[in-house]
Write a protein that binds this ligand. Structure first.
Ligand SMILES: NC(=O)c1ccc[n+]([C@@H]2O[C@H](COP(=O)([O-])OP(=O)(O)OC[C@H]3O[C@@H](n4cnc5c(N)ncnc54)[C@H](OP(=O)(O)O)[C@@H]3O)[C@@H](O)[C@H]2O)c1
Length: 314
């Protein structure tokens, strides 16, 4: 019944303390410690070295300790066992704050007025559309996209979502699959991506997507907001589209390579707002409590929640 902490890039001690407190009757070990591979039943992971979960004959469940499961999807030696991801109300609320904040910032000309203030210009001539004049399209209508969509609709935006399968959410227009992608893009002024990284979404958001966005909107050109995963965007296309006017502006929380290189053109781009992949951070205490609760429930015969479909990759 031992829990293996397979964590790289984070201090392991706080996780060890949390799980020791929450699961006092279990042995908790870290990678590289002295343990019998046969004793490991559960693994709690973050960016574990590929292959480090192989050869654990009694491993039953792998938990991700961070949002996103890219580190698991990318591990070619991942054993074929249940994989559980984080779904946390606090994280979901934070993501919606980020999406609503940046949609409002583009609607209300936040950067435009910051520049006017910097140059002491009293400019009261800007066209000021209402939220109800602006069409937001969310790619990825899962836990995060669905919540953001509902909150944007409360602010008055015209909201649509695009996902693999259609969704029935009151007040949100639903588009699904490749067949409805063009129609979704054509009605979208602000494109928000909350897609996961999968083999299908890798590099998916490029010129073809940006060129399909509406060009008759009220906010001066199409806007792209990415708070999903950097590897879903084609950054050469993104820069070219910002430079040639295909895109009017972008807000980026995620990048192909993180941390972003200090020579990246995104830092100084006049139409890019960027944040360091912190749109929605997770509360480690809540995550550990959820993992411990799932382990206890699993052993009591309850089904695991928030299971990943590893064939779909999310
Ligand atoms: N920036 C941050 O701080 C931060 C924090 C947390 C999470 N994230 C990212 O946000 C992502 C989304 O999280 P979530 O909890 O909302 O995930 P989720 O519940 O699994 O939702 C994923 C959504 O993407 C859609 N999708 C997946 N592949 C698709 C494809 N090929 N074509 C069209 N739609 C596709 C799914 O469609 P169906 O509904 O039809 O299945 C689903 O609606 C995570 O994977 C993570 O990478 C970022």
């Amino acid at each position: 019944m031992t829990l293996l902490l397979a964590v790289k890039g984070w201090a392991i001690a706080p996780w060890f303390d949390r799980f020791s407190r929450l699961l006092p009757d279990r042995r908790i070990v870290g990678l590289g410690e002295d343990y019998d591979p046969a004793e490991i039943r559960y693994a709690a992971t973050w960016k574990q070295p590929p292959g480090s979960l192989a050869n654990l004959p009694n491993l039953q469940v792998i938990f991700s300790l961070g949002a996103g499961i890219d580190h698991l999807v990318r591990d070619p030696h991942l054993p074929d066992v249940s994989v559980v991801r984080i779904v946390d109300a606090d994280l979901t609320a934070r993501m919606s704050e980020y999406v609503v904040l940046h949609c409002l910032a583009h609607l209300r000309g936040w950067r435009y007025y910051a520049e006017k203030q910097r140059t002491h210009v009293w400019d009261d001539d800007r066209d000021e559309p209402a939220a109800s004049d602006v069409r937001v399209g969310i790619m990825g209508m899962g836990v995060l996209g669905g919540d953001a969509a509902r909150k944007l609709a409360v602010m008055g935006f015209q909201v649509a979502g695009w996902s693999r399968t259609p969704k029935a959410v009151d007040g949100i227009q639903s588009f699904a699959g490749e067949a409805e992608l063009d129609a979704f893009l054509a009605r979208t002024d602000i494109l928000v991506s909350l897609l996961p990284f999968t083999p299908q979404t890798q590099g998916f958001i490029g010129r073809r997507i940006f060129a399909g966005l509406a060009r008759d909107g009220r906010i001066g050109g199409p806007v792209f907001i990415n708070a999903g995963r950097g590897a879903t965007q084609n950054e050469a296309d993104l820069l070219a589209c910002l430079d040639d006017g295909t895109l009017a502006a972008a807000t980026l929380d995620v990048f192909e390579t993180e941390p972003l290189s200090d020579t990246s053109p995104f830092w100084d781009h006049p139409r890019v707002t960027l944040t360091p992949h912190n749109a929605a951070t997770s509360d480690p205490d809540a995550v550990a409590a959820s993992v411990a609760g799932q382990i206890r429930g699993f052993e009591a015969g309850e089904p695991l929640r928030n299971l990943v479909d590893m064939r779909a990759g999310y």
